[in-house]
Design a protein around this ligand. Structure first.
Ligand SMILES: *[C@@H]1O[C@H](CO)[C@@H](O)[C@H](O)[C@H]1NC(C)=O
Ligand SMILES: *[C@@H]1O[C@H](CO)[C@@H](O)[C@H](O)[C@H]1NC(C)=O
Length: 647
């Protein structure tokens, strides 16, 4: 069960880390709802999601199902379930919130109520539900915006907290599926004044009861006996009556801290220390790289400039020193006439760089927003919405960078550059996303993004992002290109064969591992959150890690470029991009390892989805880190060639 804790640890840790932002954590736009006695409290239902099995901590599926999927035979409200409005991000990340027939009246206890008349589960439905029980599916309800959960005690610290969701059923000793058809809903309320009550906690204790009965409209219902569980009949019909009880319990928890019990940390110190450790090691490493590089460069530059003055003496005929000639025959200065030669395929590189810059700024801004408390857990899907909006708006940056870089490369196909920048990468991402969705549609999973949402995304893309990108490109082409500090020679220089570790593949493997190392721990948390449908809160750490990753990426790529130039290889542009981007390969490999250790999928669809989404994320990560690597090397190259005298 500790996976949840990992996700949850974030909040407390970030609270520890940025204690000032704690009060801002519940901002904005979420005002408390105050109820009076007998007021109706809405209970909404969200999709069913797979959870980890308690026995072997494995996740068996990544597909979620709509609550009103016909096979479950849950009771519907009399006038049919209605959509509860959600944000775009919430829909994209899988939430499907609908109304329910549960009737909750503030402060009115009910021991037993039947939801609707008896339902008959036919054989295929029973088998479908049995599969879902075997895969540990959880029900996800929301009462007053708060997820319903189960009480849980952390045995190491004896702290009580709430685990989100509660099981659909369980598998008994004889491998028979027991369906939970009775729910004891315990709602904790806080008294905020005379006849003013607020919901501060929702616990559901599900049980299975064979003999429960519907006794007619307006009558309470018969909730049977807990000792007689309802076992799904795999060979015939199963009769199910859904029942529930409500208990209102007073709590001291204030409304402002009601999320705290969902954000529990298991052994926070361990995570904290491992993070600090990796951060310290990485920072130390980068410091060393920087120190070595500065010293070597200083020496190089001093030598080159000294040689220059010797050469001047040469010209005046005072001294013909052979030794200096030999010395000058090595090192990065030799390639000064080629180092600013445009790379092969400048169009593709500039498009990648434009999109990378857009991603870079988007990620940075999102994390900062989250850190400032604008993306509270009570605002469902706010993270996704903010990411999409920011990415759209930053289309301008993407266009600008792409155009300006392309112009500096001396590119001439400016129309293609303008068109490809907003279309190529988002197109690839959208197409992949669409394909993966087809699989979900085929499975009738609620995780499938509705077609209308797809259209909305396409609309946002074409109406806002593309024009902004065009505007950016226009601005980029209007500005002068970056002038190289030294002239480019007419004839390209021969490149001598390089040593093993400077060849493309070994260098990518070597360089890529460091940025990956910087985010490794954080990645583990994020993956836990992503695949277990939890919300991620640890933005303090994420912010730190993003910074460390940028520094590491820049430092190792600069080192590689320095060695490349020293070995007289001037094709540094693509090499810098790919070497830094190679950390995405590690991210993908890590996802596969994670699959082996934590997940065991029964269905092909789950595998396709998992691998598909991992590939998509790795691809975006490739562009992001590649861009960081490229621009740091670009700045480095301009800097060092700007500081030597070239005749
Ligand atoms: C946790 O809950 C149990 C009962 O479920 C109770 O006995 C115990 O005192 C609680 N612990 C704390 C720290 O509140
Ligand atoms: C409802 O039931 C709970 C648990 O049995 C009890 O503690 C509480 O006082 C009851 N509330 C009301 C309003 O009767």
């Amino acid at each position: 069960m500790h996976y949840c804790s990992l996700s949850i640890s974030c909040a407390t840790l970030s609270a520890l880390f940025f204690s000032s932002s704690v009060s801002a954590f519940y901002l904005p736009g979420v005002a408390p709802t105050t109820y009076r006695e007998h007021d109706t409290v809405q209970l909404n239902v969200n999709h069913l999601t797979p959870a980890l099995s308690e026995t072997d901590s494995q996740l068996r599926s990544v597909i979620s199902y709509d609550y009103y999927h016909p096979a479950f035979h849950f009771c519907k409200p009399k006038d049919g379930p209605k959509d509860v409005s959600e944000s775009l991000g919430s829909i994209l990340f899988g939430d499907r919130i609908l109304t329910s027939p549960f009737e909750l009246k503030m402060m009115v206890n009910e021991t037993c109520k039947a939801l609707c008349e008896e339902k008959k589960l036919d054989k295929p439905s029973a088998n479908f539900v049995k599969r879902r029980i075997e895969q540990n599916y959880n029900l996800n309800w929301l009462v007053d915006g708060l997820p319903a959960g189960q009480p849980y005690t952390d045995l190491s610290t004896n702290i009580n907290f709430t685990l989100r969701g509660f099981p659909l059923g369980e598998v008994d000793k004889d491998k028979k599926a027991i369906l939970n058809n009775h729910y004891d809903i315990v709602i904790e309320y806080h008294k905020a004044g005379a006849d003013k009550y607020r919901v501060v906690g929702v616990l559901v204790i599900p049980t299975s009861r064979k003999d429960s009965k519907w006794l007619g409209e307006g009558k309470p219902g018969d909730c049977g006996d807990v000792k007689q569980p309802l076992i799904l009949n795999e060979d015939g019909e199963t009769s199910v009556t859904w029942t529930y009880g409500i208990f209102w319990v007073e709590s001291k928890t204030a409304w402002a801290t009601r999320w705290d019990s969902y954000l529990h940390v298991f052994d926070p110190r361990i995570h904290w220390f491992s993070l600090v450790n990796s951060a310290v090691i990485v920072v130390f490493l980068c410091g060393m790289v920087a120190a070595i590089l500065t010293r070597a460069l200083k020496k190089d530059i001093a030598r080159y400039n000294r040689l220059d003055s010797f050469n001047l003496d040469d010209l005046s005929g005072t001294n013909g020193d052979a030794e200096d000639g030999i010395q000058e025959d090595s090192g990065w200065k030799l390639v000064h006439g080629d180092v600013f030669r445009a790379p092969r395929n400048p169009l593709l590189l500039s498009v990648l760089l434009g999109n990378g810059s857009q991603l870079f700024v988007m990620v940075g801004t999102t994390i900062t927003f989250a850190l400032l408390g604008f993306l509270s857990p009570s605002n469902r899907g706010s993270l996704g919405t903010v990411m999409i909006l920011l990415y759209t708006i930053f289309g301008f940056i993407g266009g600008y960078v792409s155009a300006r870089v392309y112009k500096s490369f001396g590119g001439e196909k400016w129309k293609q550059n303008i068109a490809l920048t907003p279309i190529m990468i988002p197109g690839i991402v959208f197409a992949t996303f669409f394909l993966l969705n087809l699989f979900l549609w085929a499975k009738a999973s609620s995780g499938a993004v509705p077609f209308t949402t797809m259209l909305v995304i396409l609309g946002i893309w074409f109406v806002i992002s593309v024009p902004l990108s065009f505007a950016g490109s226009w601005a980029g082409f209007r500005h002068p290109p970056f002038q190289p500090p030294v002239r480019v020679n007419q004839i390209p220089r021969q490149i001598p064969p390089s040593t093993t570790y400077l060849r493309p593949v070994p260098s990518m493997l070597l360089v890529g591992i460091l940025p990956f190392g910087a985010i490794f721990v954080e990645l583990y948390f994020i993956m836990n959150n992503m695949w277990f449908g939890k919300v991620y809160y640890m933005f303090g750490f994420l912010f730190l890690c993003y910074g460390i990753m940028i520094i590491t990426c820049a430092a190792v790529t600069i080192l590689l470029v320095y060695f490349l130039l020293c070995s007289e290889n001037y094709h540094w542009q693509w090499r810098a991009f790919c070497a830094a981007g190679a950390s995405a390969g590690y991210v993908f490999a890590n996802a596969l390892l994670y699959w082996l250790s934590r997940l065991s999928f029964g269905s092909f669809t789950s595998v396709v989805l998992y691998v598909g989404y991992s590939l998509l994320i790795s691809f975006l990560f490739f562009i992001l880190t590649g861009t960081i690597g490229f621009f740091s090397s670009w700045a480095f190259v301009h800097r060092i060639y700007g500081s030597i005298k070239v005749d």
